[in-house]
Design a protein around this ligand. Structure first.
Ligand code: TXA
Ligand code: MG
Length: 338
């Protein structure tokens, strides 16, 4: 199959919507990361998402909507707190897990009795959902296990030849996947941190909990609240190690422990006079810029043929929690504290 890469225009949106209605897959820009979009009401189309990505069958998908009316056919009930959260964070990088309506296909939810729903803010995603007239099931548009795509070229790298069309909407504004939460009465539990932060949530709902899987490796045998969190994710081919400590000690450690083609992943400005080759991933005090460049940076280490990557440890407040959560998985939870 030849994969077209088209800029977002009214014509390319129409073409993409036609493909969606025909049960095909489309690479779709969103404000978080690129999604691999299919008609959520078409079982064959949804199955082909799993095949194209090599995604484990037990990992459910997020359903994307373009207005609140679309919720009706998807969620069986919407708690009061969920309504307030929707009001505050939709459209945007925010996903809620709700009791599913019987109409939602089992392939979408991997047999769970809940469904993850997101109302994205990216104009191209909204136009595609509206034009196709369907709720859109879309995981991140990477091959399973690779860093999520934040540029159309990343989608092309992973899925060229497997899907007919990728809409190129440029670089994603957030750069990390949406915040995923469950809601019960007045408590919100964060399963995956993202662009909507814990502090943002606390402004709307009195009790916000962060699932232990966000910062800790799942214990053997424990069931993941969010199946996606149990996989080694976002992983470049290189061995990644996070080093928490001052910059001089960081470089000293990296030099002493270098193995094969070794790189450092540091903050803007820290690469000057570095004893090893470096890539930067945003400013030390600027978590949003770290979020935007993290996945692209991890992909570039693959291109460079890196064997070992030593990464500076980000602060974990604000969006930093999401950055650290993704980096921890890329590093398979290997952290050295100096
Ligand atoms: O920003 C995003 O959320 C992107 C864009 C494309 O919207 N999508 C995305 O999808 O990151 P994906 O499939 O890569 O990640 C979805 C996460 C997975 O960890 C999955 O296990 C979890 O959401 N999830 C989906 N449905 C769930 C459910 N019913 N219960 C618990 N977790 C669920
Ligand atoms: Mg993903």
């Amino acid at each position: 199959m030849k994969t077209l890469l088209l800029p977002v225009t009214p014509e390319s949106i129409k073409k993409a919507a036609r493909l969606i209605r025909q049960g095909e897959l489309v690479g779709m820009p969103t404000e978080t990361v690129y999604g691999l979009a299919a008609d959520a009401t078409n079982e064959t189309a949804v199955k082909s998402i799993f095949a194209a990505k090599g995604r484990p069958q037990d990992n459910p998908l997020i359903v994307h909507i373009c207005d609140l009316a679309m919720l009706n056919g998807l969620a069986a009930q919407i708690p009061e707190a969920a309504k307030r959260l929707a009001q505050a964070f939709w459209p945007g990088p925010f996903t809620m897990i709700l009791k599913k309506s019987p109409a939602v296909l089992d392939v979408v939810t991997a047999g769970m009795d809940t469904v993850a729903i997101r109302f994205p803010s990216h104009p191209a995603a909204l136009a595609l959902i509206r034009e196709s007239g369907r709720p859109i099931a879309a995981p991140s548009a990477n091959l399973s296990g690779k860093p999520s795509p934040t540029k159309a070229e990343h989608v092309y790298e992973d899925l060229n030849g497997k899907i007919p069309l990728i809409l190129d909407g440029g670089e994603c504004a957030v750069g990390l996947e949406s915040t995923v939460v469950t809601v019960s009465e007045d408590t919100v539990r964060v399963l995956r941190p993202g662009g909507v932060t814990v502090d943002d949530l606390k402004r709307v709902v009195p009790h916000v909990e962060v699932d232990s899987a966000v910062l800790h490796q799942l214990e053997e045998g424990r069931k993941a609240a969010s199946p996606g969190m149990k996989y080694k994710h976002y992983a470049p081919k290189a061995k990644v190690v996070i080093i928490d400590g001052p910059l001089p000690a960081f470089y000293e450690y990296a030099l002493r422990h270098k193995e094969g083609n070794t790189y450092c992943m540091v903050f803007e400005g820290e690469q000057t006079d570095a004893p090893l080759p470096c890539l930067t991933y945003g400013g030390e005090e600027d978590e949003a810029s770290q979020a935007r460049s993290l996945f692209d940076c991890l992909r570039r280490f693959d291109e460079l043929g890196a064997d070992t990557v030593f990464a500076r440890s980000p602060a974990t407040d604000g969006v930093g929690l999401a950055v650290y959560n993704r980096l921890l998985r890329a590093a398979a939870f290997q952290v050295v504290t100096l």
